[in-house]
Design a protein around this ligand. Sequence first.
Ligand SMILES: Cc1cc2nc3c(=O)[nH]c(=O)nc-3n(C[C@H](O)[C@H](O)[C@H](O)COP(=O)(O)O)c2cc1C
Length: 364
Amino acid sequence: MRSGWIEGVALRGLHFLDAENAHRVTVLALKAGLISGGNTSADPRLTSSFWDLEFPNPLGMAAGFDKNAEVPDALLNLGFGFTEVGSVTPRPQPGNPRPRVFRLPVDEGVINRYGFNNDGHTAMRKRLLSRKRNDGIVGINVGANKDASDRIADYVAGITEFADMASYFTVNISSPNTPGLRDLQARSALADLLQAVVSARDLCADKAERRVPLLLKIAPDVVDEDLKDIVEEVLEKSLDGLIVSNTTVGRDELAGTGPHQETGGLSGRPLFRKSTAVLARARKLAGPDLPIVGVGGIDSAETAWTKITAGADLLQLYSSLVFKGPALIGEILSGLADNLDHYGYASLREARDLNVDVWASEEI
Ligand SMILES: Cc1cc2nc3c(=O)[nH]c(=O)nc-3n(C[C@H](O)[C@H](O)[C@H](O)COP(=O)(O)O)c2cc1C
């Protein structure tokens, strides 16, 4: 789908399908090489390095699109600087009954209650081993089975299973669709979890020939006191970064009618303000050195730039692709480079935090 016109027609065609079938068709089209990018040679000023990884550009595909690692290379080829597969749980699980994902076209939002449907560790490992490319940054987002008797053990199992193939790990304790999962954000539970995943990562350092960076992905629905506890634990346990944020259970910012009261996590444009405010608060609590990935409602170069000025080092998106298609990736990257020209900055790092105070004081 090289021409914008064909892409537009295809996107409208997909919207005749229900959201889950449209997603499946898109993954199959990516697999078949029917969707290709895009801006793969972004401006060199957009490159950055975090941990032991060189990011060709700051924009990543967020978790949940490629839950089973079917298309990491196709996503990188679209122009993303990195991609995150999962969430993956030790054993395969079917997730919640359908329908479980809903588009909100007026609001440009998505509600999902998939509930970690995925093929499990063994299938994902096999797929990642069969990748044709062995370059490109592919993070692995690990979760816990719904019926796990010991959730922490499930995260540890994910780290042990994939330490030799993950560019980085995301520990996802913020999905609203697995009952009780977000309780792991409470301080004492979080301390135990982080201790366990850091130890597991360190134990695998020989096999992996590196200490795989460990990031924690948090919900936007945390009150300030809880956020402070979370960031303190992250710093105390020397985690490598934060991802802010997952979907919200809030419904405050919706204008349209339709399935907007469906249970699940809301993402896309209506999540932008809240997730950006939490990002800025997290940046202020964490200080300048902790890498933070900003995600939630990025749908343009302007919203991507805003995340950076609110404290993000790297960016991810998902929902806006549903409404705008893959041409958005190139648009965001060239818009970021234009902003560097406009303000006379040599890198995005110079723009980071410029509006962090304003965003941190945003009421949520
Ligand atoms: C359909 C769907 C499925 C998702 N599945 C996951 C998941 O399995 N694990 C996870 O950490 N986040 C998941 N997310 C959350 C996204 O990674 C992202 O944090 C959130 O959607 C906010 O970004 P956006 O507004 O750009 O979509 C999912 C989001 C959507 C829309």
